[in-house]
Design a binder for this molecule. Structure first.
Ligand SMILES: Cc1cc2nc3c(=O)[nH]c(=O)nc-3n(C[C@H](O)[C@H](O)[C@H](O)COP(=O)(O)OP(=O)(O)OC[C@H]3O[C@@H](n4cnc5c(N)ncnc54)[C@H](O)[C@@H]3O)c2cc1C
Length: 512
């Protein structure tokens, strides 16, 4: 009995030897022992964080070197009918993007445990300053802990750090620092990529730039990222973490836009992080992170207005700025139009701030609310239409129809921090917003939330609000063509150049 249990137990990225049953294809000898198709491996690769889509691969591949991935891709191209190959970073897609039906899922995190992988190496040159060479399989939390040991840190973050470097660079990697430093894809100097043809290519803005720009935000279509060279800067030690409540959308969006416009006028002028959230009467209204004495007045404000907007910002500091940071904050906050008395400040460690969502994860896991369906919708829209969106979606669709949403975020970003040559698609205005509807639902009601997503998209279409999906999911190729707009022709050409047999990331459903 113990033996039976022990061969079934897996820990993330570690295989506890379970040989593959007969495979439906004949792999080359040099990688034949890296496949598994037992129930445990297949089940794990048949789902993702979304818990909505299921796809069953023929096998899961556990590489121990980047050469293994290269051999796999070469083999997949030469198989009698080309095999779909889906890199799985940390499996935190929500619509099956890291899956494949009948193809091979590459368990990227298996590389973490093998010294032959690129790991995380920190270096410095006069031209680039400090940077980290990081395996595509690495999780951002590990990049943070390793770089902090040297007093350094990447500059641009996602809200949640248990995501792989390859997975976020295939999308964009956005968060509260994006307005200032651009998304994570704007902070990469160089990539190693194994293309869909099985070629190993080192690329950058100067070396094979077509591949470099195609892969950044390229939804895994052109190659598997095995190394990224990421910009670092000195890490500050602590964070002033501020939250302010607004009852007027035009006031919060005006303040958000003013704060992100300070960027570039001198380091000291601006904030380091800025986001926004909705608090809604119908809940779930979690005020546990506010001082106990303030909780009743927050609940009562939300109940009175039905919808309240939260502006969240952060300013980093260390010993040298300890005495001045509060003054700088006072200057920044002066003139902001939040509801008087609804200003809350915390002072936390830098690593705690960046890893804050993980602490929520631990609570949700305990409550059994983490591994549930997540019919998320993430969009970008131009600043000029954000107040129409507030009126039509926040106030009319979400509030009036009493959608008990999970978390809803909205914050502006500066377009000049993004490079147009990258595959990721963003609105055509200097400032644009992201809106993220991050529902956690029950197994039987996720479709109701998905219906709200559809209603939202229909509202935008009817009212001419040009929305682009982030972490996109579309039903048809026509939708993809609309999504990419003027970038579609190039995207198609890059696919023909780098993955002509269309084997990579079939779960995105762009070409398959
Ligand atoms: C709780 C949570 C919070 C999140 N917060 C944010 C956020 O704040 N900001 C943000 O931008 N995103 C956020 N995301 C979304 C997240 O960035 C994407 O879902 C990302 O793809 C997840 O990374 P992953 O390693 O799990 O990728 P996976 O789901 O494993 O893969 C995603 C896609 O990338 C491809 N891929 C994976 N690895 C590689 C590689 N090495 N090379 C090429 N292609 C590859 C896959 O084939 C797939 O198509 C969040 C997701 C979750 C679940």
């Amino acid at each position: 009995m113990f033996y039976m249990i022990s061969i079934l137990v897996i820990s993330i990225g570690v295989i506890i030897s379970q040989p593959a049953d007969t495979l439906s294809f004949v792999p080359p000898r040099n990688i034949s022992d890296k496949f598994r198709n037992d129930l445990v491996a297949i089940d794990l690769a048949s789902t993702d964080y979304g818990h909505i889509v299921q796809k069953k691969p023929a096998a899961v591949f556990y590489p121990t070197s980047t050469d293994d991935i290269r051999s796999l891709i070469q083999f997949a191209n030469n198989n009698s009918s080309p095999l779909g190959i889906a890199a799985r970073g940390h499996g935190h897609s929500v619509r099956g993007q890291c899956m494949t039906d009948n193809g091979v899922v590459v368990n990227m995190t298996n590389l973490i445990n093998h010294k032959s992988g690129p790991g995380i190496f920190i270096s410095q040159t006069p031209a680039l300053g400090s940077y980290a060479d990081v395996g595509g399989e690495q999780l951002w939390i590990d990049v943070l802990t390793q770089t902090l040991k040297r007093g350094l840190s990447p500059v641009s973050w996602t809200d949640y750090l248990y995501l792989s470097v390859g997975g976020t660079l295939s999308n964009a990697g956005i968060g509260g620092q994006t307005f200032r430093f651009g998304p994570q894809i704007s902070n990469v100097f160089e990539l190693d990529v194994i293309t869909g043809k099985g070629d190993f290519v080192t690329c950058s803005k100067d070396k094979s730039p077509e591949l470099f720009y195609a892969v950044l935000g390229g939804l895994g279509q052109f190659g598997i990222i095995t190394r990224a060279r990421i910009a670092l800067q000195p890490a500050l030690k602590r964070v002033k973490w501020i939250r302010m409540l607004y009852n007027d959308f035009s006031a919060i969006s005006r303040d958000q836009e003013r704060l992100i416009s300070l960027n570039g006028r001198g380091e000291k002028d601006g904030v380091d992080y800025l986001e926004g959230l909705l608090l809604m009467r119908q809940g779930p209204l979690d005020v546990s992170s506010y001082p106990k004495s303030d909780q009743p007045k927050i609940v009562s404000l939300v109940t009175q207005y039905g919808i309240i907007y939260l502006l969240e910002l952060a300013k980093y500091y260390d010993d040298s700025t300890r005495d001045s940071v509060d003054k700088e904050l006072q200057v920044l906050v002066k003139g902001l139009s939040f509801v008087p008395g609804f200003y809350f400040a915390k002072d936390v460690e830098y690593i705690y701030f960046l890893n804050r969502v993980h602490y929520d994860e631990l609570i949700l896991r305990k409550q059994g609310l983490w591994d549930v369906p997540h019919p998320w919708l993430n969009i970008f829209l131009p600043k000029s239409r954000i107040s129409d969106f507030d009126f039509g979606v926040f106030k009319n669709i979400l509030l009036k129809e009493s959608v008990t949403v999970g978390i809803v975020k909205f914050y502006p970003m500066n377009r000049n921090k993004w490079e147009d040559k990258m595959s990721c698609v963003i609105p055509d205005e200097d400032v644009f917003y992201t809106v993220a509807l991050l529902y956690s639902t029950r197994i039987f009601d996720w479709e109701a939330y998905d219906a709200v997503n559809k209603q939202l998209l229909e509202f935008c279409e009817k009212n001419g609000i040009p929305v682009k999906q982030y972490l996109p999911y579309y039903e048809t190729q026509r939708d993809w063509i609309n999504h990419f707009g003027s970038k579609w022709t190039n995207f198609q050409e890059m696919k023909a150049n780098f993955d002509p047999n269309k084997i990579l990331s079939p779960g995105q459903r762009i070409f398959n």
